[in-house]
Design a protein around this ligand. Structure first.
Ligand code: ADP
Length: 251
């Protein structure tokens, strides 16, 4: 579902990703771990097309994201192509980024109506069922400012799901939450991972969550994959010294 092929990303002289290749299978839940500055967020930003590759290619669902085919050749993607492929990808951020001037319902229906052309009644019915899934049916008419951080984050998850993405990117979704609100958000994500076909790529410092929910954990350092394994193996018998050192520091 996601494929990075020899991706290089530089910011000026700073080589953030060098020759990075990795794949995520359909329906798989993959978590990226590693020290701060190792390039994890850059990977998510490349997938969100907030950044462009310096070289190499990215594919999503078998389609090129970074590039497009033109006259039998692969050329860098233009804006129209990016918009098209980007529809398959949802993202939930650390800072929930809800529209503050809109009620919860409208936060969820806005993009399906405007971007996908979903009829309003259909978008609203879908939003209601998504709110039920994240346990917030009673907040449908609330404004974001009337919700706790954990509730806002659950609305943000419902909003991302309303676009019916094939891929959901999760960027430190619990980092801005008070500790007592983290569990509710993680429970919603765990349920989604177990009950949907969505492919997840997650960056988190919640090692216990990574261990519970991931099919595979990828340890990053300095823009390279150091080690990738199923969570039990990676957390209990890491092979690489760098992984051992990192886990010792965070666990
Ligand atoms: P992580 O998510 O693992 O903490 P990031 O992907 O955020 O790492 O950052 C990796 C490196 O890329 C850092 O050295 C950071 O300073 C650099 N970087 C990220 N975004 C930019 C940017 N827009 N401009 C310049 N440097 C950037």
């Amino acid at each position: 579902m996601i494929r990075f092929d020899q991706v290089v990303k530089k910011f000026g002289d700073n080589v953030v990703l060098s020759d990075l290749s990795f794949e995520v299978d359909p329906g798989e839940f993959v978590t990226l771990i590693g020290p701060s500055g190792s390039g994890k967020t850059t990977i998510l930003r490349l997938l969100m097309t907030l950044e462009r590759v310096t070289s190499g290619t990215i594919q999503v669902g078998g389609e090129y994201l970074s590039h497009m085919e033109k006259g039998g050749k692969l050329v860098p993607a233009d804006e129209k192509h990016l918009r098209q492929v980007r529809k398959r990808i949802g993202m939930v951020f650390q800072q929930f980024n809800l529209f503050p001037n809109m009620k919860v319902l409208q936060n969820i229906t806005e993009a399906p109506i405007r971007v996908l052309g979903t009829p309003r009644a259909e978008a609203e019915a879908k939003a209601e069922s998504l709110l039920e899934m994240v346990g917030l049916s009673d907040k449908i008419d609330a404004h974001p400012s009337q919700l706790s951080g954990g509730q806002q984050q659950r609305v943000a998850i419902a909003r991302a799901l309303a676009m019916e993405p094939d891929v959901l990117l999760l960027d430190e979704v619990t980092s801005a939450l008070d500790p007592e609100l983290v569990a509710g958000v993680l429970a919603v994500l765990r349920q989604l991972a177990e009950t949907t076909d969505i492919t997840f790529l997650c960056v988190t410092h919640e090692m216990q969550f990574a261990r519970d929910v991931s099919d595979r954990v990828v340890m990053f350092d300095q823009g390279h994959v150091v080690e990738a394994a199923d969570p039990e193996k990676l957390f209990t018998e890491p092979e690489n010294a760098r992984t051992r050192e990192f886990l010792k520091a965070v666990l």
